[in-house]
Design a protein around this ligand. Structure first.
Ligand code: KIV
Length: 307
């Protein structure tokens, strides 16, 4: 009886996903109001709609940065949902103190290498500082270049109400936009510090209003950077689009970190929110020191390593 009801009322692809489960599991699936959360859907390719579905089904979204082919290949192979070609490339790839110097051309160079590697993840590319603030036409031109020349799937833009016109122009062209609020590093000289944002009520209220505005304009997702966890939770509840946090606590719809930070390739940056999964800088220097030693001592190459 239950199987019959399920075959009538449950869409085919969901029925296929649960049909391999036993009857009691099937009952659970049926009884759960939100049946999507019973079995995490497997996405061959992650789309903007897939992210919205993930939020609706309570499936957390994983996101990491990448800036080159080899790293992006490894990140994608590990089933990450979103790869962000962040303007943090300015820091971790070029050694600049801020994200401000990176250009659209440089973002396109990094993004096209990432797109070449990726088979599954959604690739989102940052619009760099100066490429969208002056006027909506320039914002659209920059976005079109990034979509066309790099093959990006979406762009990310920092800011709220103040960049509304640019946002509308880009969205009208059919380009998916991810918003970014809270500590927006392109405004570092306005903030003067990398401290937690929106601790004060006025800034917190503006952030919440901005988040609602971005949803209303048509953004498919939102990054919240370094804000109090309670505020991030409130925002994630107030909007239907996925909210992805970095230093914004666990009560949001997903998490993002800078790849080089979580792998321990960067060593000088240790905010509280950063979990290091490796100490790659140390491992690399150990390996490189060994190579130098082997070359100097004539150990490398040996007979098997030559023609
Ligand atoms: O550029 C970047 O890496 C970012 C993340 C920190 C969200 O914007």
């Amino acid at each position: 009886m239950f199987s019959m009801l399920i075959s009538i009322f449950v869409p085919q692809q969901i029925h296929d996903r649960v049909s391999c489960l036993g009857l009691s599991a099937l009952n659970n699936v049926f009884l759960k109001k939100n049946y999507m959360s019973a079995a995490a859907k497997v996405y061959k390719r992650v789309t903007t709609n897939a992210l919205i579905e993930m939020k609706a089904s309570g499936t957390k979204i994983s996101m990491l940065t990448a800036y080159d082919y080899s790293m992006a290949k490894a990140v994608d192979a590990a089933n990450i949902d979103v790869i962000l070609v962040g303007d943090s490339a300015s820091n971790v790839m070029s050694g600049h103190e801020t994200t401000l110097p990176i250009t659209v051309d440089q973002m396109i160079y990094h993004a096209s290498a990432v797109v070449n590697a990726v088979k599954r993840a959604l690739v989102v590319v940052d619009l760099p500082f100066g490429s969208y603030q002056s006027d909506p036409k320039e914002a659209l031109r920059s976005s079109i270049r990034i979509m066309k020349e790099a093959g990006a799937h979406a762009v990310k833009i920092e800011g709220g109400a103040e960049i509304k016109d640019s946002m509308v122009r880009i969205l009208k062209a059919g380009i998916p936009v991810m918003g970014h609020l809270g500590l927006t590093p392109q405004s570092i000289y306005k903030f003067g510090t990398y401290n937690v944002r929106a601790r004060e009520e006025a800034e917190a209220e503006k952030l919440l209003e901005d988040a609602k505005l971005l949803e209303q304009l048509g953004c498919f997702a939102l990054v919240l950077e370094k804000i109090p966890a309670a505020l991030a939770k409130k925002v994630a509840k107030a909007v239907q689009i996925p909210v992805i946090g970095i230093g914004a606590g666990g009560d949001v719809d997903g998490q993002v970190l800078v790849l080089h930070d979580m792998l321990g390739l960067t060593t000088e940056f240790s905010p509280r929110f950063l979990r290091r999964y490796m100490h790659l800088y140390d491992q690399m220097t150990t390996a490189i020191k060994q190579y130098v030693k082997d070359v100097k001592s004539n150990d490398f190459p040996n007979k098997d390593e030559q023609y």
